[in-house]
Write a protein that binds this ligand. Structure first.
Ligand code: CA
Length: 588
């Protein structure tokens, strides 16, 4: 299970790191310490922006592979990890809950940990993992059977292994954990099984729970083993007992804004998908059918798990528009401290960083059909006839009216992280232009069974592309440039002070764009589809870039008319590392 091979790596002393173990300061300053990457998001505000400019628009054409690493074995499937780099070692997670430590200079494996997964795990959307977290001498990652594991970063030995939730009830875990002030903070996955979304904080050294915060109203939080406060107000926005299996999976993890000392986690779709069963299909006075805090972003106090604020992107949600997409803290061109998030529902939101209050929302995909827009309070202006119909109104009571809704349930943007450039002040958003036929059906909750009450067929909106990388001005919502891609985009984005934007495609290309024009400046065929997340760092005065290649994730699991755009793509599992050789840094 735990294959220890070798662990002695010479830690090279470089300014900014002494390698005595990852500290809170390392995490806090991850963006500016350019010889290591110790957080998911290249900084806990998730900007995915590097101040490195050794590699730039002029010399990126000279970027070449330094080494490649195969994840090996028969376990391929989607590779969505973001690598970490610390003390001469690169850490990646792989499909089927694996973690690898790799010599960052040579690409040789140092050790590998394979979680022993039980029969009967219920991952909804491929056997992926999105990355690990470093703190002290430990590395942490979550497994598909809803556990969180701490390993010694040098040896791969298990330090502790704790259960987040019951995998038999549909819980799993795929996000990168978040470390803040010595706490390991995790969400959960399983929103299609009627689970209850929750955020948990553990002591990083011992794994003991410090607090828990369910994100669906009516459930009780805990603090140091005792009940703390109820989330929301019982039955304020949920009818009857529906809140007990109300969904809201916190499956993409969270971000941390050090300036307001706030964790920000998103909550997924309310369960079941059939909104009529949650009284959300009927317009009501006030917010009676809103189903808080599903499809919302929550500001949480990291000390005790209390909710500071919430912003619900899709009240009365009925299209699987999870509210989990990453919230990025940034400062706008006028110096205002903001959050930005590009929601599954197709709108790009700007919020006030202090209290999560709504600032603006603009569409970032074409053809949004479920809402006319977002009003001055941040609430959608619904197109009522674009809500899938109530099966109770059908003659046979079994299938509600079918409607065509856009975006599709996979969203204008899904999990794949956008990036913010401090150089241009723009966001770079990996989006998809697709819709779906969707209808509702009756459903009752059964532990461990899919809890949708809906059926769907996903469809491209355009012949020539689904994927669309967009440069968005957050102040105006203006789309500055767009790169269209045939297959749906499913990989993360990164920006650099060298004026570059990196992302990958399911067709296997890893691409560097000009951040101002969208011109393709460089690309490399990685051999399988890219659904991973790029990073960059510097070593011995040279700039390196890494990306994992390995097609999979949610897209190939759903057929419809999207299948013909992706069903020829080959699986893989290779981590690529590129560098700009010193002698080519100033070459023409
Ligand atoms: Ca969902």
């Amino acid at each position: 299970m735990n294959r220890f091979i070798s662990a002695v790596v010479a830690g090279v002393m470089v300014a900014g790191a002494s390698y005595a173990g990852v500290t809170e300061d390392d995490l806090k300053n991850d963006q500016t310490i350019t010889n290591q990457v110790v957080t998911n998001g290249m900084g806990r505000h998730l900007q995915r922006y590097s101040p490195l400019d050794i590699l730039n628009k002029d010399n990126v054409k000279n970027l070449v592979p330094a080494w490649a690493f195969s994840l090996g074995g028969e376990k391929q499937r989607g590779q969505e990890t973001q690598p970490l780099v610390y003390d001469g070692v690169m850490y990646i997670t792989g499909s089927y809950s694996r973690l690898y430590a790799i010599d960052v200079k040579t690409g040789e494996e140092l050790w590998q940990y394979d979680a022993r997964l039980p029969e009967g795990i219920l991952p909804c959307c491929d056997v992926i993992n999105r990355g690990a977290a470093l703190y002290g001498d430990n590395i942490y990652f979550g497994t598909l059977d809803a556990r969180i594991v701490a390993l010694n970063r040098k040896t791969g030995d298990v330090v502790w292994n704790k259960k987040i939730a019951d995998y038999k009830a549909g819980y799993s875990y795929t996000a990168a954990p978040l470390i803040v002030n010595g706490l390991v903070i995790t969400g959960n996955s399983g929103g299609e099984f009627g689970i209850v979304g929750e955020v948990q904080a553990r002591d990083a050294e011992t794994g003991e729970l410090v607090w828990t915060r369910p994100v669906i109203e009516g459930h009780m939080g805990t603090y140091k083993g005792e009940e703390s406060t109820m989330t929301g107000t019982l039955n304020a926005t949920w009818p009857g007992d529906m809140w007990k299996t109300g969904g809201g999976a916190t499956w993409l993890g969270g971000s941390y804004d050090v300036e307001t000392d706030t964790l920000v986690f998103g909550a997924g779709n309310p369960a079941p998908w059939n909104s009529h069963l949650r009284n959300a299909g009927t317009p009501t006075e006030g917010n009676a059918g809103d189903n808080l805090y599903a499809a919302s972003r929550l500001g949480i106090d990291p000390e005790n798990g209390e909710i500071k604020w919430h912003f619900q992107t899709t009240p009365r949600e009925g299209w699987d528009y999870d509210g989990v997409n990453e919230v990025v803290a940034y400062t706008d061109r006028e110096g205002n401290k903001r959050f930005a998030t590009a929601d599954r529902n197709g709108f790009f939101y700007v919020l006030n960083r202090e209290d999560g209050a709504f600032v603006s929302a603009t569409p970032f995909v074409k053809d949004i059909s479920w809402a006319e827009g977002i009003d001055e309070n941040g609430r959608p202006i619904f197109v009522e006839e674009n809500r899938p119909g109530n099966p109770a109104d059908a003659a046979d009571g079994k299938k509600g009216e079918v409607i065509f809704a856009s975006p599709s349930f996979l969203g204008g943007k899904n999990w794949m992280p956008m990036a913010f450039s401090q150089r241009t002040g723009n966001f770079y958003v990996p989006s998809n232009e697709w819709g779906m036929d969707i209808w509702n059906e009756p459903i009752t909750y059964k532990k461990g069974a899919a809890y949708l009450g809906a059926g769907f067929t996903i469809k491209p909106n355009y012949e020539d592309h689904i994927g669309s990388l967009k440069a968005i001005d957050p102040d105006t919502g203006e789309i500055k440039w767009e790169y269209k891609n045939d297959a749906p985009l499913w990989g993360g984005v990164m920006t650099t002070a060298g004026g570059l934007v990196f992302t990958g495609t399911p067709e296997g290309k890893f691409i560097a764009f000009d951040d101002e024009t969208g011109e393709v400046l460089w690309s490399f065929q990685t051999g399988s589809g890219i659904v991973g997340q790029p990073i960059t760092w510097e070593m011995d005065g040279e700039q390196y870039i890494s990306i994992i290649s390995g097609w999979g994730g949610a897209v190939p699991l759903w057929g419809g008319e999207v299948a013909k755009k992706v069903n020829y793509l080959n699986q893989g599992g290779t981590l690529w590392t590129f560098k700009l050789p010193k002698q080519l840094a100033s070459a023409d």
